[in-house]
Write a protein that binds this ligand. Structure first.
Ligand code: PLP
Length: 433
């Protein structure tokens, strides 16, 4: 099945439903009826497939999980309530007090805050490379490292990570590579094919695609040999008291990561994706490939427009021929690029705020990947908690404006940007008088 077909059919073949429903139904139920105590026991012990209590799994969510695993070429997947839950479960599944995680520096603001200020309170140290190169990351890996983490494309900096290089470092040190693949989606990039062991997503963005629903997902690459690296990962290589003594690496060699994330992290902390939200995200996923084409076409036109405009100081968009990220984008994304543009209007911070406050069609909000076009000023919003030096580290300047380019008619978008740029320059000329 090609990916364009899988988003519509995978995991829900005709006849699966007794009613022969064609859309995946919303199983709005908390629990499922057992045939007997023996049947219940077999499901609880995961000896047979089945559902028991919907904090752990649900038939609607299961279809979304199967589709995400298929699209990412993983072995299985777990859906959760948000991308943040996916990120924190992926880390907590391997890290414990006294250990460290090594990460690339260009991160979504919430991930940065979790790494810099929350994980350390649990005794987990997070070390950020001074850049995302394999050499810069390798320098921080030691015997206490439990994972290398990166965003395949940093939000908002838009830099494309050298996944093959990081996977090589991870392999050499016997730790898994965890990749947040939210920005490109599996239609542009499949990190598992570049050596990632675990992929996570905020489904809230392009995949849901309509700005209606929060969701997250963890996909197991099935490639990491937990038993062979048991010294570092006793939670996989030794019987786990948190789940009646199962040795996850031995019992589930193909998908131990996701099985443990479900049975230990999700089961005990409960950031479950509601089945109605899974249904809405499935609707988004069905049209993702066609939406991405239009997103990209609009973004290319808009980036070209900004790049030749005197009112603009700089533009970062990996689709521009001389963009810094172009060579890495060509290597990992082929002919495609996500529809996220960052730029700085001439006149710095004040001009950026004036641009942001002047748009009429673009929505001023902190999401991305919506069908509508969105604008945000990163230093005032998603990355507001970061100090000036932290902002520099994650690749954000005071004047950085992020555009998530939507599906509207391009002429309407260009007109809106044009009038907002004019107003941004009025601030500059008043300041210069
Ligand atoms: N990862 C990336 C790259 C993001 O951009 C975001 C949110 O903007 C998240 C994770 C967090 O996702 P959520 O808002 O669904 O918790």
């Amino acid at each position: 099945m090609h990916d364009e077909t899988a988003v519509l059919h995978f995991g829900f073949p005709s006849g699966q439903e007794s009613t022969r429903a064609t859309s995946v139904p919303i199983y709005q139920t908390v629990a499922h009826d057992f045939e007997s105590a023996a049947h219940a026991g077999a499901i609880f012990d995961m000896e047979i497939p089945g559902f028991h209590y919907n904090r752990l799994n649900n038939p609607t969510n299961s279809v979304l999980e199967d589709r995400m695993a298929e699209l990412e070429r993983g072995t299985s997947a777990l859906t959760v309530a948000s991308g943040t839950a996916a990120m924190s479960y992926a880390v907590l599944n391997v890290a414990s007090a006294g250990c460290n995680i090594v990460s690339t520096p260009h991160l979504y603001g919430g991930t940065y805050t979790y790494f810099a200020h929350v994980l350390p309170t649990f005794g987990v140290d997070v070390r950020l490379g001074e850049n995302a190169s394999p050499e810069a990351i390798a320098k921080h890996v030691d015997a206490n490292t439990r994972a290398i983490f990166c965003e395949s494309i940093g939000n908002p900096a838009g830099d494309v990570t050298d996944l093959d290089g990081l996977a090589q470092v991870a392999r050499e040190h016997g730790v898994p590579l965890i990749v947040d693949n939210t920005v490109p989606t599996p239609f542009m990039l499949k990190p598992i094919l570049h050596g990632a062991d675990v992929v996570i997503h905020s489904l809230t963005k392009f995949i849901g695609g309509h700005g209606t629903t929060l969701g997250g997902c963890i996909i197991d690459g099935g490639s990491f040999d937990w038993m062979a690296h048991g010294g570092r990962f006793p939670m996989f290589s030794e019987p786990d008291d948190a789940f009646h003594g199962v040795t996850f690496g031995e019992a589930y060699p193909r998908d131990a990561f996701v099985v443990r994330a479900r049975s230990v992290c999700l089961r005990n902390t409960g950031a479950t994706l509601a089945p109605f939200n899974a249904f809405l995200i499935l609707q988004g996923l069905e049209t993702l490939p066609v939406r991405l084409e239009r997103h990209e076409k609009n973004a290319r036109r808009l980036a070209e427009y900004l790049a030749q405009d005197d009112r603009v100081e700089w533009v970062s968009f990996a689709g521009l021929p001389d963009d810094l990220n172009r060579p890495m984008a060509r290597r990992y994304l082929g002919d495609h690029v996500p529809s996220i543009i960052t730029f700085g209007p001439r006149g710095g911070y004040d001009a950026a705020i004036a641009f942001h406050d002047s748009v009429q069609l673009f929505k001023r909000l902190v999401n991305l990947g919506d069908a509508r076009s969105l604008v945000s000023h990163s230093a005032s919003t998603t990355h507001r908690q970061l100090s000036p030096s932290e902002l520099r580290d994650v690749g954000i300047r005071p004047e950085t404006i992020r555009l998530s380019v939507g599906l509207e008619h391009i002429e309407d978008l260009l007109e809106d940007v044009d009038q907002a740029l004019t107003l941004s320059q009025a601030v500059v000329s008043v300041a210069g008088q």
